[in-house]
Design a protein around this ligand. Structure first.
Ligand code: BTN
Length: 273
């Protein structure tokens, strides 16, 4: 279907924006849609299509998602003005040992923090393990990392960022917990600038993972909002409370609980204070 000029003008990304993404970031190919159920779901499909073999990273982006997915069974709230995209990495082109793949989502979280600071659109972003980016204690971005298909080697990192959407339009149960970059900055925030900055910083952070994982670990530790706080975590329907002692080199959350030290590679944070 060809778009009319009017429809084209309504799109979030113009052909020159796509060109800018391809020429200034590590993205090798862009798959852009007006509407998708979920960019992560589309990236999983792409990973299994033979004609895409060898190309990576591929960016899947949509102006809007109708069934954006969060971690577990959560839905991702996205409304006009927000940014939703997924990056598909293939092991043969990303040159990152498989042991570091679980840390890609933390690298992505750091990249979002970096971009917020670089663009001056919010004070002191922090990371809430495993994959939320918070500003002023409210969620500005969520990250969903998934493995595509049965064979190891296709990893998808989906990132949602509240940019020019309004927290007042979020579902009532989320409203006081979320915030958009546009609500933190006196200036209009440019969606393409945010996307390009995140992708550039993501590339830089993936390089750190390859060359200096310890330095990356120290950055996570600086940003971790849970360190020193009493945290309640749920893992496979089991709840535990402990004092957070940071994140280790593998990206696991460390808690000091009444029964000893515990290490969590996954889980949901129910509360912290
Ligand atoms: C979370 O906070 O639980 C993770 C949210 C991840 C949302 C993004 S939006 C782009 C990509 N597509 C999806 O369906 N989900 C991720």
């Amino acid at each position: 279907m060809t778009l009319s000029d009017e429809d084209r003008a309504k799109r979030k990304f113009s052909p020159s924006d796509i060109d800018r993404i391809l020429t200034t970031t590590f993205i090798h190919a862009v798959d852009y849609y007006e509407t998708l159920p979920s960019t992560n779901t589309r990236a999983i499909e792409l990973a299994t299509e033979e004609q895409n073999e060898g190309k990576s990273p591929i960016l899947v982006i949509a102006d809007s998602q109708t069934a954006g997915r969060g971690r577990g069974l959560n839905r991702w709230w996205s409304s006009p003005g927000s940014l939703a995209f997924s990056v598909l990495f293939r092991s043969e082109t990303v040159q990152l040992p498989l042991k570091h793949w679980p840390q890609l989502s933390l690298a992505a979280g750091l990249a979002v923090c970096d971009a917020i600071e670089l663009l001056n659109c919010g004070p002191q972003p922090s990371l809430k393990w495993p994959n939320d980016v918070l500003v002023k204690g409210r969620k500005v971005s969520g990250i969903l990392a998934e493995v595509a298909g049965k064979q190891p080697g296709n990893l998808i990192v989906g990132i949602g960022v509240n940019v020019n959407n309004k927290s007042a339009t979020a579902p009532p149960e989320l409203r006081s917990n979320v915030i958009a970059l546009g609500e933190l900055s006196p200036n209009q925030v440019n969606l393409v600038d945010v996307l390009v900055a995140i992708l550039q910083r993501f590339d830089a952070r993936v390089h750190w993972l390859r060359s200096d994982p310890d330095a990356l670990h120290s950055e996570w530790s600086k940003r971790c909002i849970l360190t020193g706080k009493t945290v309640e975590i749920e893992v496979h329907s089991r709840r535990m409370v402990g004092v957070c002692e940071g994140i280790d080199r593998d990206g696991a959350l460390l808690l000091r609980t009444p029964s000893g030290h515990e290490r969590f590679l996954s889980g949901t944070i129910l509360s912290y204070d």
